[in-house]
Ligand binder design. Structure first.
Ligand code: MN
Length: 252
């Protein structure tokens, strides 16, 4: 069984396209948030109960669970007993927008995949790397092929695959590159305004993030028209620095 989720919410066409494509791989269980959680990161809800509704995905006959929890809550719900059997794989997406470089630290899409890894199974996060055009057809087909491959070959423990698909038709895609994370540049601006009561409020705004990316990175691959697959590990330790920091001789 494959657990399918996303961070754009249960009514996102990216989720429906993904769920449909994955039914050709094996049995699926869809558990997704009932609202958009984009950029919610790896949120775990501990301060309130979680509600779940059984629904049918829009424009399809696929049954799904809709929850008021975060994307990673949805994955946890599945593993803790909501899914009829223990999932062998988590697939999260298809996100409307790229998740590259340091985006993945904000991404609810990638965090849901991480929750799968925390639960002990391989996971795939898949995003359509465009801010304006949403044709999920090719990305959904690619996700199904990759899911089949991961189920067959397995993945190293504690690893997820972060996939970014350029928008466009299959004939526009130049190939697949396995990449490392690039360096994102954010164009955030602080917007300061007054509310109707005369108090200041702030909004973090600005244009879409940039960053050109060197060859070998996700940013570079997608800009050149390739599907990017980045193997991401849960262990954030910088192993090279362990010995160096130890030489500081810090005293308790
Ligand atoms: Mn999103």
């Amino acid at each position: 069984m494959i657990l399918v989720t996303n961070d754009d919410g249960i009514d996102s066409p990216g989720l429906v396209a993904l769920a449909r494509a994955l039914t050709s791989v094996e049995e699926i269980c869809v558990i997704a948030p009932n609202r958009n959680w984009t950029a919610a990161g790896h949120t775990k809800t501990l301060d309130r109960p979680l509600r779940v509704a059984e629904i049918t995905l829009p424009g399809s006959r696929l049954k799904a669970f809709s929850s008021d929890g975060s994307p990673s809550d949805c994955v946890a719900l599945g593993f803790l007993g909501l899914a009829p059997e223990r999932p062998r794989l988590v697939v999260s997406g298809i996100n409307t927008g790229p998740n590259m470089g340091s985006d993945i630290t904000y991404s609810g899409t990638v965090s849901a995949a991480m929750e799968g890894v925390v639960s002990g199974v391989p996971a795939i996060a898949i995003s359509l790397a465009d801010y304006y055009q949403w044709d999920f057809h090719y990305a959904a087909q690619f996700a199904a092929r990759l899911a089949r491959r991961v189920l067959k070959s397995g993945l190293e423990r504690d690893v997820l695959l972060n996939v970014n698909v350029p928008s466009g038709r299959r004939t526009d895609i130049r190939g697949v590159q396995v990449t490392r994370l690039g360096r994102r540049e954010y164009n955030d601006e602080l917007i300061r305004r007054k509310d109707p009561f005369g108090r200041d409020y702030f909004w973090i705004g600005g244009g879409p993030p940039g960053g050109t990316g060197e060859p070998g990175t996700d940013l570079h691959a997608v800009a050149a028209g390739y599907v990017s697959i980045t193997p991401v590990q849960l262990d954030l330790t910088n192993h090279d620095l362990i010995e160096h920091i130890a030489t500081w001789g810090l005293k308790a």
